[in-house]
Design a protein around this ligand. Structure first.
Ligand SMILES: Nc1ncnc2c1ncn2[C@@H]1O[C@H](COP(=O)(O)OP(=O)(O)OP(=O)(O)O)[C@@H](O)[C@H]1O
Length: 572
């Protein structure tokens, strides 16, 4: 602030120079005075420019500091929001941070800092003559009103335009992820039309916003041209009346330009100001609503005791549960398969079991701790998880297996070997250093699945949740998986698997049967299979069919036709 005051104070240098040239040099015809004045003014200009340079450097540093302080929080909060309400535009939120930083180093902020200095020019005007001060004050107020009107009229339209632009980018990015099927199915035209509808909406809104601002912008342009001349006219009249000197007349026309120029700059930067304000509001809202994990004492690594009690899942942004009232337990070294027909809620249940979805009712506890409240950064490394949709990050095979953390080659190779991936990886162009991701090496479906399992096994976690881990595996791959699961069990891991296929059932101890989002049976694997088959053979999930000797089933309830889950959001 002090720096800005000094810079603004120095900005009256040319004005003083002009007054002195008119009133002292020209009237006295003194060359010595002129040279002295010139030397003084050049010195002041050097000082003035240096201060401006220091201020701009400070602003850049400050903006970097703000970015540095906020970036991690915004990034984390964007992830949590994305998981919570999938359709929000998180790309825009990350872009908002950049917008804020650019604004901090742009001319609008300088203009905002300079604007209050108009009062000094009004005071100087008053020292010349009160009429001049009144004129500058009125002109400044008129310009301020024009700035306010610009904001008022264009801000909502510009916000709508920015939102439409973000939506168009989101649609384009989402469509690109499905580029192959789009091309193969001849859907390019339809996809383009969908994107273009949003893009056109953005263009129209942007034109509206520019037109709205153009009106007040034009008015301010008129004022900026007219005001110096009007001020000079007023000054000339005061000079004719003998109330001020000739130098003061020239200085007065400069005063008005100086007073209103920051305000004019604000009008010129209306778009940046509105965009930055909206970016700030979005970031503020994001950080305010973000629920961080409370800082708590670090807990010991989980041993793999899972207790699920009455757990109900409602997808984020929805009001009806898709899985309700699930209760079961699993001890370290035990494996449980979740089976059931399509859309019975298996994947939804696994999302609760890894703490991504918080139970709307009931609890999911790992070693007695509610999983959704356990900091993911802390517990995540002890969890092995293979989601239904597998994706890898930009990085090497080794980095992906090591979950982008520090690569421990021994652990990476152990995890890869466990799922029979070691030789496959060695055969890749650069072995473990082969790059994956959008621009990297493309793996086959089976290879991707094995790699995702290796990532889950990295560090030999004690709690493993695998959502259809054999969906893309051939017979050999499935056999390796069964063997790997047995090894993990022997190592004391608690394993939860969802599957449609029978083979994995041989390695599990218990079966949890889902239907229509309800738990319709839980008990020892073989007994459950037979009980399920006997109750309603035609509708059992395929995983529940391998024939074997019947064993007593525990906790089996008859499978009724899929009924809607009765719990509502209000109860949740
Ligand atoms: N994010 C979500 N938002 C809204 N509904 C969801 C969401 N995820 C799942 N559902 C709904 O929950 C139900 C169960 O889906 P889920 O994917 O859990 O079933 P599933 O048993 O894993 O099916 P499949 O065997 O076909 O993979 C479905 O009706 C699905 O539409």
């Amino acid at each position: 602030m002090l720096l800005t005051f000094a810079i603004d104070a120095l900005s009256i240098t040319p004005l003083l120079f002009m007054m002195n040239v008119y009133d002292r040099v020209i009237s006295t015809r003194s060359g010595v005075t002129l040279v002295s004045l010139l030397l003084l003014i050049v010195g002041l200009y050097v000082f003035w420019s240096s201060l401006e340079w220091i201020r701009s450097r400070l602003m850049v540093r400050l903006s970097l500091r703000i970015d540095w302080d906020l970036a991690a929080d915004v990034f984390d909060a964007s992830f949590r929001r994305y998981v919570g309400r999938k359709n929000v535009n998180v790309h825009q939120l990350l872009g908002d941070l950049l917008t804020m930083r650019q604004f901090m180093t742009g001319s609008a902020v300088i203009a905002l800092m300079d604007a209050p200095f108009a009062i000094v020019f009004i005071i100087i005007g008053a020292l010349f003559h009160p009429f001049l001060a009144i004129f500058i004050a009125v002109a400044s107020v008129v310009m301020l009103v024009a700035t306010y009107m610009t904001q008022k009229i264009s801000a909502p339209v510009l916000k709508a335009a920015n939102d439409a632009n973000a939506e168009a980018s989101r649609v384009a990015a989402y469509s690109l992820r499905h580029a192959e099927s789009t091309l193969a199915l001849g859907m390019m035209g339809a996809v383009r039309t969908r994107w273009y509808q949003r893009h056109r909406e953005f263009l129209e809104l942007q034109v509206n916003a520019s037109e709205a601002a153009g009106l007040t912008g034009g008015f301010s342009g008129f004022l900026s041209k007219a005001l110096p001349s009007l001020q000079m006219g007023l000054g000339a009249w005061l000079a004719i009346e003998g109330l001020i000197t000739g130098g003061m007349v020239m200085a007065a026309s400069m005063l008005i330009s100086k007073a209103v120029s920051p305000i004019q700059k604000l009008i010129g930067s209306w778009k940046d100001i509105v965009t930055a304000r909206q970016a700030y509001q979005r970031l503020n809202e994001l950080l305010q609503e973000d629920v961080k994990f409370a800082a708590r004492m670090q807990l010991p690594a989980p041993l793999g005791r899972l207790d699920v009690a009455g757990a109900t899942a409602i997808p984020p942004g929805f009001s009806k549960p898709v899985v309700a009232d699930i209760s079961f337990s699993a001890a370290p070294g035990q494996a449980i398969a979740i089976v059931g027909p399509s859309a019975s809620g298996k994947t939804s249940l696994t999302r609760m079991l890894v703490g991504v979805w918080k139970p709307a009712q009931g609890s999911v506890r790992l070693d007695g701790v509610e999983l959704s409240e356990w900091n993911h950064e802390e517990v995540g490394p002890h969890i092995g998880y293979v989601p239904q949709e597998i994706d890898f990050f930009e990085g090497t095979v080794a980095e992906n297996i090591a979950r982008l953390g520090e690569v421990d080659p021994e652990k990476v190779i152990a995890a890869a070997k466990l799922i029979g991936m070691h030789d496959i990886i060695l055969a890749l162009p650069e072995g473990y250093d082969t790059r994956l991701g959008e621009t990297g090496h493309a793996l086959s479906g089976g290879q991707r699945q094995r790699l995702a399992i290796a990532r889950a096994f990295y560090g030999m976690p004690k709690y493993i949740v695998l959502d259809e881990p054999n969906a893309n595996l051939d017979d050999a791959g499935e056999a390796v998986l069964v063997q790997a699961l047995q090894t993990m069990k022997d190592n004391g891991a608690c394993i939860i698997i969802t599957t449609h296929r029978p083979r994995l059932v041989s390695v599990v101890d218990s079966l949890l049967v889902l239907r229509g989002g309800r738990q319709v049976g839980f008990g020892p694997a073989q007994g459950m299979l037979n009980a399920v088959r006997n109750l309603q053979p035609g509708t059992t999930p395929s995983a529940a069919i391998p024939s074997s000797t019947a064993a007593p089933a525990a906790n089996v309830v008859p499978i009724a036709p899929a009924a809607p889950v009765a719990v509502t959001a209000g109860e949740a």
